[in-house]
Design a protein around this ligand. Sequence first.
Ligand code: CUK
Ligand code: CUA
Length: 663
Amino acid sequence: KIPAMKRRDFLKVGGGVVAGAAVGITGTNVGNNLGAGGELAAVASSRGLTGAEARAALTSVVPPGKYDPFFMFASGGHSGQISIIGIPSMRLLKIIPVFSRDSFSGYGFGTDVDGVIPRGSDPTKSNLLSWGDTHHPALSETEGRYDGRWLYVNDRANGRIGMVDLADYKTKQIYDIPNIGSAHGGVFVTPDSEYAHVSSITPRPITDNGYAPLESYADLYRGFSSWCAIDQTTGHLVPEKSFQIELPPYNQDLADMGKLASAGYGFLNSFNAELSVGMSHKNPPIEIGAAKNKYDYLHVIDWKKAEKVVAAGKIIMRNGIRVIPLQVAISEGILHFIPEPKNPHGVEVSPDGNYIVIAGKLDPAVTVYSITMIKKAIEDKNFEGTDRYGVPIIPITAVTAAHVELGAGPLHTQYDGKGNAYTSLFIDSAIIKWTLGPDAGVTEKPFTVLEKIPVHYNIGHLAIPGGDTVAPVGTYMVALNKWSLDQVQKLGPQHPVNLELFDINHTPPRVLSSLPLGGSEPHYAQIISVDRLNPLTVYPPGTSPETMAKSEFATASGQERIVRADGFVDVYATVMRSHFTPEQIPVTVGEKLRIHLTNIETAENATHTFAVPNHNLQATLDPGETVSVEFTADRVGSFAFYCAQFCSAMHMEMYGWLLVAPA
Ligand code: CUK
Ligand code: CUA
């Protein structure tokens, strides 16, 4: 890390760094040009870099063999994946498929873990989905800090949550949440990871067959706030321990969990309080109809109280999950509304938990609510009537701590832990740095705009290490930009998204580098200190990643065999550099095969695969891993299966024969 430097010391990297040369840049042209003197200056000048660009490069470079201190877990939008990006190097380190198939990792191509994709809890939903739209990753937390155990992410398209185990960075579960057709508000976890929360964005009919004409929208469509219980040992979501709260058919949008001062509460934005259903002979398009009212409703949910109401049995069962009916949520004081300026997008709670910041989208300001004032209003029953379903409305004036003008199209806010907030402006293509207020320890210049930081271009979310936790690390900030326009050479008509890295230790924040990311659209990302992660290097021999225990099919060297029983051909195989055992699998067409493969390597990095030509079979086996591949040998032929991962000098020789003889 380059410490903050005085102007005159700029780039004066000490002797010994570059062949003993004292590298310096003289004071007069600091920040714009490189001056004479030193090899670093010569390098920069030969590459046509300005002083600022050279400084940015030095501030963020992670040389070969050195490591990034932070990982960013970014969603992949409609690629259905999660990407891991090193910070500050901005190198793409890994892609974890969650909702979509991926032949590289073998995910969805014939292995055990393949079962994760179709395995859902809601039999009414298609069990053949092999795509999703990841938006909001949520790292598990302990006491409001990322703990590096698990990662959850919503499928905005299909109303599901995927769970990734950070022991091996693999997807272990997809929970197909009942009663919701789409999921956007979350995933956010409670401060001790009791629940992963998500809400539906588009309401769905509560009829048995899931259909209702739009004329009955107000009566028969509903939203659901879903509190998915997390098993504290495995990280799996447990349907029997989860519950939902029925909500009016507004579009419940982004959400955040209360923490510290606001622990026990969840906050959900919404839009379309107008209940617009789109164009017909008398209706305007949704886009216009949903923007008519001056206010929508921030949903304030007391989830601790909801837990008690569930425990007291004041619930109904609906498609296998416990549901608190809307009228019960109202009468038990679980749900309150606060008007929020029209069609808001993000709601983000400050690290101390005192402030709930709403980004307006159609309002050029953020509205800051105070949890102290919200609690008081609820206690005093200070309501200004109810919405059309009877939900009590807290007057906006009773709870607003500030309304801070920022600019056009505010979307999302992150915090640096030093009393500052950073809010993205989609339309203005900028991030605004502004101060929180006294409850967050800011007494001098509270709620004041400090900087306008330009981005390229059209930013959605932004991420700071721990930026949504109780303990942000205000070092780096990444802007997740939707458009890249002139920032990258032409790559055909579709442009990549563009992530930009900023140094926010410096005032004003400075851009360091960018990562145009093809093929993946990070909506949201969370950045964790790498020292909080504790992944496996190799699996204990014969481990099934699905259970993280020894597989009953684990096979040791010398125990390889082919067994015919119960109508199956079970092949117990081992895999190592540079051969499969057995190398010949002779069967007759029509036989059902279960091939159990164990990678018996104990060496780090010694991954192999089992790739079968002309079949949709590609299993990837990390060292120690056991997977089972099940299929029917339904075509006659000699198929040379092989290892698709370049693993040794004899990698090309690593193959064998699946011989399917005619009957
Ligand atoms: S949304 Cu995509 S930029 Cu799903 Cu968080 Cu705001
Ligand atoms: Cu094993 Cu290539």
